[in-house]
Design a protein around this ligand. Structure first.
Ligand code: C2E
Ligand code: CA
Ligand code: CA
Ligand code: CA
Length: 277
């Protein structure tokens, strides 16, 4: 009836207002968190499957509000992207990760550090300058910095992306395609972009040992990468069986809870001392 329609409109309107309000509150706290330095980085190890040595760390952002529990990026990255806060946040991540990696080098551990870049960061024309500046500032060898970009980020504006990636490569950093296999893009871009590594999405790894289709996909991505002269990393490796499968298929590197969970400052140096070759 008309009355019902009106009621459901009112209800809808109320829900909309509440979610808009929640969003605004969240945006304000994100801004404050950035000002108050409430973000931290955790680091997740990358294992060279052949040598069994840990060679690198991926930086993953977390929000640690004072007196409250840790908040994971799934709960704030999207809003940070929508509000543009990802730009200053991403700059902080880059600088912090490079600083940390330089400290590892100074302590005698020549690890790489991988930083996730959002599409918005990648579309800013001054990204290369920013990264060049951070490299100079921190004194990090650019060889040690890897940028992780998703297929969809790169495929938004393929022409511009090719130019941007070329510029980044000239700085000496490496480029990795994250969540590979989950996008809907054609494969023809792979040999047009200066990419170093493919990261197989964890959805193909997690149940690879019991799912033959996923096993076939993971194996195909490994041989595709090698055929193109690229490295290949499997993410989401949670048990020995998965690692054994990847070794059999000659995957270069593995990441996942079985290798090591993302770790904060208290744990990471100990882990590095025990696990680097
Ligand atoms: P991602 O780049 O694909 O990172 C991998 C995610 O999978 C991480 O979640 C990691 O903790 C989780 N993971 C690692 N190993 C395993 C495993 O064996 N099993 C399972 N089930 N999960 C595993 P996290 O840290 O919550 O990050 C989620 C996403 O947030 C990241 O996905 C990335 O897209 C984004 N993100 C994280 N840090 C940053 C950042 O500094 N900047 C940007 N732009 N995005 C970030
Ligand atoms: Ca990543
Ligand atoms: Ca990923
Ligand atoms: Ca992902």
């Amino acid at each position: 009836s008309k009355e019902q329609g009106r009621n459901s409109f009112r209800f809808f309107n109320k829900v909309m207002k509440e979610s808009a309000k929640k969003r605004m509150e969240m945006e304000i706290s994100l801004r404050q968190a950035l000002e108050n330095n409430e973000f931290i980085l955790h680091y997740q190890p990358k294992l060279n499957i052949k040598t069994s040595a840990v060679y690198g760390m991926e930086a993953l952002i977390r929000w640690q509000p004072e007196d409250s529990k840790l908040i994971y990026p799934g709960q704030f990255i999207e809003l940070a992207e929508e509000t543009g806060l990802i730009i200053p946040m991403g700059e902080w991540v880059l600088r912090e990760a490079c600083k940390q990696c330089k400290m590892w080098h100074d302590a005698g551990y020549p690890l790489t550090v991988s930083v996730n870049l959002s599409a918005q960061q990648f579309q800013k024309h001054d990204l290369t300058e920013l990264i060049a500046k951070i490299i100079v500032e921190t004194g990090l060898n650019p060889d040690a910095l890897e940028l992780e970009l998703t297929e969809s980020t790169v495929m938004k504006e393929p022409k511009q992306a090719a130019y941007m990636l070329q510029q980044l490569k000239e700085l000496g950093v490496s480029i990795s395609i994250d969540d590979f296999g989950t996008g809907f893009s054609s494969l023809s871009y792979l040999n047009q972009f200066p990419i170093d590594t493919l990261k197989i999405d964890r959805s193909f790894i997690n149940d690879a040992h019991e799912n033959e289709a996923n096993q076939a996909i993971a194996a195909a991505i490994i041989s595709l990468a090698h055929g193109l002269g690229l490295g290949v990393v499997a993410e989401g490796v949670e048990n020995e069986e998965q690692l054994r499968f990847l070794k059999l298929k000659q995957c270069d590197a593995a990441q996942g809870y079985f290798v090591g969970k993302p770790m904060g400052e208290e744990l990471i140096l100990d882990y590095i001392k025990k696990n680097t070759g």
